[in-house]
Structure formats: structure tokens, C-alpha cells
Design a protein around this ligand. Sequence first.
Ligand code: SF4
Length: 471
Amino acid sequence: MESKEVLLVNCVGEYIVISIQEFNALLTNPFAIHSDTFKLLKCKNFFTDYDLELAIEMLATKLRTRKAFLRNFTSLHMVVLTAHCNGRCDYCHASSSDVAKGPLSQNMRPDVADAVVDMIFMSPSQYIKIEFQGGEPLINWEVLVRIVHRAKKINKTANKKLEFVVCTNMTLLDYDKVKFLMKEGIQISTSLDGPKELHDLHRKMRDGSSSYDKFIENLSIVCRVMEAESVSPLLTITRDHLKRLPEVIDEYIRLGFKGIFLRSLNPYGFAREDLAALGYSMEEFIEAYKEGFDYILQKNRNGVHFVEYFATLILSRILTPFSTGFVDLQFPAGAGISGVIYDYDGCVYPSDEARMLARTGDKKFLLGNVIDNSYEEIFEGNKLKSIISMSCAEVMPGCTSCVYQAYCGSDPVRNYVESGDVMGFRPSSDFCKKNMGIIDFLFKYILENNEQVMDIFWSWITGRSLEDVRL
Ligand code: SF4
């Protein structure tokens, strides 16, 4: 966009770019109803000069579509099966504890697991995703199996759309476990930080072995038994990755993965302790992101279908009227109302980050415990209501007047960690800096309107091949 142009976005995310002269003319003469600009703005529901009620009804319908995630209430239920791990990654957000030291006192007990499943099925949502987390959740394999069986049994009468994901470093997988995951339809979310040297640099095993070698060995078992799409890796970008994202992307493509999520380091757990060695400024991240993104775009131009997932989420928010289900890109925040996490001891937190914060001793976001509290006390209590009421863009200073409000979201826990205040302070917020920087960057591509690039964007959004999109 030229600096002499103005981007206008309304509350339902429709946008238009007009010249500064047109913008000034509208301000000084808003009744220039015969101008082309006015007609365009009218089409996109910025203005109306006829039936006001009808215009409001149309806007309301569009807003309902964008906020459809509110209808479902909590659908993502993360269950921490253990706080122990056989790895000791430098940036571990969950501050995992050693598996070799003493009894596994931080494993979820069977009775707690049963209470967690019972509470999950109290959610009014018709769609339930249970995501197993840790530590390394495979350490508590028996409880994982127990939860899957109990949830499926309850679901025979509850009749919800039920899905499972296990977030694992894959080092403890074996053929029998993979067969169970396949039989029960459990997806694998894992971690891959690039080629061997880069992956092993911060993803360390407590016994000193290479986490990459074990990952590759077990990936081959998984690929023999399950469909390739059942595995999706996550990248954690440290200071050492900033200049090497093309190498990481090449490794993902080499191993057959279809996309990557270029995400910045979160300031929780061990990552927070080691921030000086692992971290970087948000400006540095955005520069690295742009380089990685352009590299991916070039791959797509060369015929390799490979997706950048964060951009895809934002592009969906800009180019379609739908919500994405991604809890960090929605107002109000998804904390508790879209996703929730049950710690190994039954404590319930509105987000994974809140649980990580609690591991460092700050239990500000603790909602209750599945053993001691009822569903109503946890999910309808004042604490969750207060968190949610402070995560609506309409009341958040800075976001209220931001042009990107319709595409962005909020993270009350991150706000609290960054500024000591749940509502946060936008001028110094890294969350805001990142979203604003990346939305700015993507808007440049959108407004250039290059046919090939837009086809690539639509192939990412719709999950279809480029050929399909072109047809
Ligand atoms: S970019 Fe920043 S100010 Fe704008 S809506 Fe997002 S968080 Fe709020």
C-alpha cells in the first residue's frame, strides 16, 4: 500500500483501500453519496443510505459467522498425563522434571484421569478434541489408554465428534504403541527443529543420546503404520534458528511434511530462565519470519505445495468470513471457553501457558480442580468470566482503535506475563508487535494482488492443490 493510501477495515473484517484524498473527502463531506468510493463502502457495509435495520441485520449475520467459535464453548481439552520427561530441552515451556529421579510422583493418577474425562463430557460442545500433553505423555501410557477407552465409552451415548491428539517427542514410541494410536485414530503432534545438528542443539535427551536419531527412527515406524498426515511437527525458533529457517524448511520438505508453523519462542518455563541465550527481539523474529515466508512462497512458485500455517490462519481471517478455531487469533480470547488444560494433579487452567506459569509458582489463573470442584464452579465461575471480559478487543486499550482488530486476538496470560496486567499494555506488547508486523507484511501481498501469489494463498486456506484452485 502506498503511504498516500488508507486501509479501512470494518468490524466484520471487510477491507478497502482508498486514497488519502478520497478519505479526506469522506470526512469533510460524508454525504457524497454518488461517489464511487461511497458505493464501494456501502457494498462492504461501512455505510448505508437506505434501510438501517436491514444493514444492521446483515452486519450481525456476518459478525455471528466470524464469532461462530462462541457457540461451541470448550472443545479443545488438553490433558497433562505427566510432568516428567526423558528429554530436557533448553526451552521446555512446561519445565518438565527428570524421569529417572525417584518415583513418578507427577504422573496423572487413574482416579484423576476418570474425573477429567467425566468433566470433559460435561462441556456443551458437540466437538471434543482431547490432546495429551506432558512432560512426555507416553511415560504415562496406561493412563492414556484408560482415558481413550473411557472417553469412547461415554461417547457411545454422548454422541459427540471426538478426536484425540498426542503431543510427544516420539522417542518412546514403539510398534505396538503406534498400532494402538492408529487403531484408535489418535493423531501425533511432535517437535522438529530442523536438521540433526540444529534439532539436537536445544532438544536434549537426559541420557545424552541424540533426540534427532530417535525421532527419525520412530518416524519411519509411524509412516509404515499410519498415514503421513497423522503426524504434524512443531518448530520452536531459538536465536540459533533465526538465520537458518530455509535449512529448517528444507528439512521439513525432505521428510515429507506439508507445512510449517513459524512461531516465536514463548517466554515460559525453562525458556524464560534462558531467555538471554535463546531469545531475540520481536523485530528480529519478524525479519526472520519474512525471510522464511518468502522462501516458502518461492518453493510454492516452483511447484512444491508447502504451507506456512500462521500466515494461513491470518489470511483466513482477512480473506474469508470464518473463524479459524485458533485460540490466539480471536476476541474474546479462547482461554477456558475454547480450550482448557487439566494438569496431572487435576488442576484446571484456561490455557497451556497458564499451566506453565503455575509450574513457576504463580497460580493466578488456576480455575479449580476436577476432584474438588464442579463443572459450574470451574467453567462458570467469576475467575474465568473476569479473564474473558478483559480479553475483548472492544474494551482493550490500543485494540479498540486498531485497524487489524478484526483479524487479531488476545492472550490474557501472555499479557500478564509481559506487563503484570491481564489486559496488557499494547505499546510494549510483543504479542501485538508480532501480529501487527505479520499482518502488515501479509497485507502488502494481498494488496499487490499478484495472481500466482493469491492462488497460493487460496490453496493454503482451502487445503487444495494449486491446480485445483486454478481450475
Ligand atoms: S495488532 Fe495489537 S493493537 Fe491491533 S488488535 Fe492486535 S493486539 Fe490489538
